[in-house]
Design a protein around this ligand. Structure first.
Ligand code: GUN
Length: 283
């Protein structure tokens, strides 16, 4: 069974659109998102444009900043500080990765936690760790949305997460744990990776390496969630999983493109509305 992330995402965006309409009617304001991109990484540009398109689809105000790769950290922090005070902006997203001369942590920590739609700020990460999250990080939230949409039970399942990034691996492990899964986190120094992966009821891969998960690493009827987005030399986009072979073994599998990616975007827009709700409550 192939999980159609695009379709699930469209359903979620349709619901969000109605909420935005009602906010507009009742309050005469719209939620707003600022997206900052530094440099000209082609993949990041595609992601930023997808976020912009989703905003306009549901009626969320969006503003994009395409900044030169050579911008100083000071100037970037100044822009974030302005956006923190901007009444029309309820969510701020700085597309990662940033150029190496900019301290990523300093940038993330400069975003006011109430506008941190990525849930990357240490305050929000801490809330997530303790099970008190106001919002969830977008890609992990998208994975949970896909599992819930397909009514896949998480409780008591053995979930193996390959990759330990702050964006995906660590937070999805926490969310699965909160849903009573037994979680194993694997990384580049894990021994016998193949054996560990083959024990997974739910296998989640986020390493950014094309065809990293072969059919030999997947148990019969496992659920396989592919978070990777890789570009092959021929220009084609593919995930971390050898989809063409693993699809015959898995009970459910997410494709790339059209799997987790669109769900990440709809979760982001959902987070903009969450942040908006909290911010206007305060006024
Ligand atoms: N780079 C890759 N994924 C993400 C994401 O979810 N948010 C941001 N800000 N940057 C990313």
């Amino acid at each position: 069974m192939i999980i159609d992330g695009k379709k699930i995402s469209e359903e979620i965006l349709e619901k969000i659109k109605l909420k935005v309409l009602s906010i507009k009617k009742n309050r005469n304001i719209v939620p707003g998102l600022a997206v900052i991109m530094v440099g000209d990484d082609p993949a990041s540009r595609i992601y930023v444009n997808n976020k912009k398109k989703a905003c306009s689809k549901v009626g969320v105000y969006s503003r994009e900043y395409f900044l030169p790769g050579g911008i100083s950290e000071e100037d970037l922090l100044k822009l974030i500080s302005e956006l923190n005070r901007d009444q029309n902006i309820h969510g701020i997203l700085v597309q990662l990765p940033l150029p190496s001369h900019i301290n990523e942590n300093a940038v993330i920590e400069a975003i006011c936690p109430e506008k941190d739609v990525d849930c990357f700020h240490p305050f929000n990460m801490g809330k997530l760790l303790t099970g008190n999250a106001n919002i969830l990080p977008c890609t992990p939230a998208g994975i949970i949305a896909a599992l819930e949409h397909e009514k896949i039970d998480i409780s008591s399942k053995h979930c193996v997460v390959v990759g330990r990034s702050n964006i995906v691996g660590k937070p999805i492990s926490l969310l699965l744990l909160q849903k009573n899964a037994t979680v194993t986190i694997c990384h580049s120094k894990t021994l016998n990776l193949e054996d560990v992966c083959r024990r997974a009821d739910i296998l989640i891969c986020a390493v950014g390496k094309a065809n990293f998960i072969s059919k030999e690493m997947v148990k019969n009827n496992a659920v396989v969630i592919d978070v990777g987005i890789n570009r092959l030399p021929n220009g084609k986009i593919c995930g971390d999983v050898d989809f063409d072979n693993v699809k015959f073994i898995a009970s459910y599998i997410t494709p790339v493109p059209g799997g987790v990616g669109p769900l990440t975007v709809s979760m982001l827009i959902n987070n903009v509305l969450e942040c908006f709700g909290k911010l206007v409550e305060k006024i």
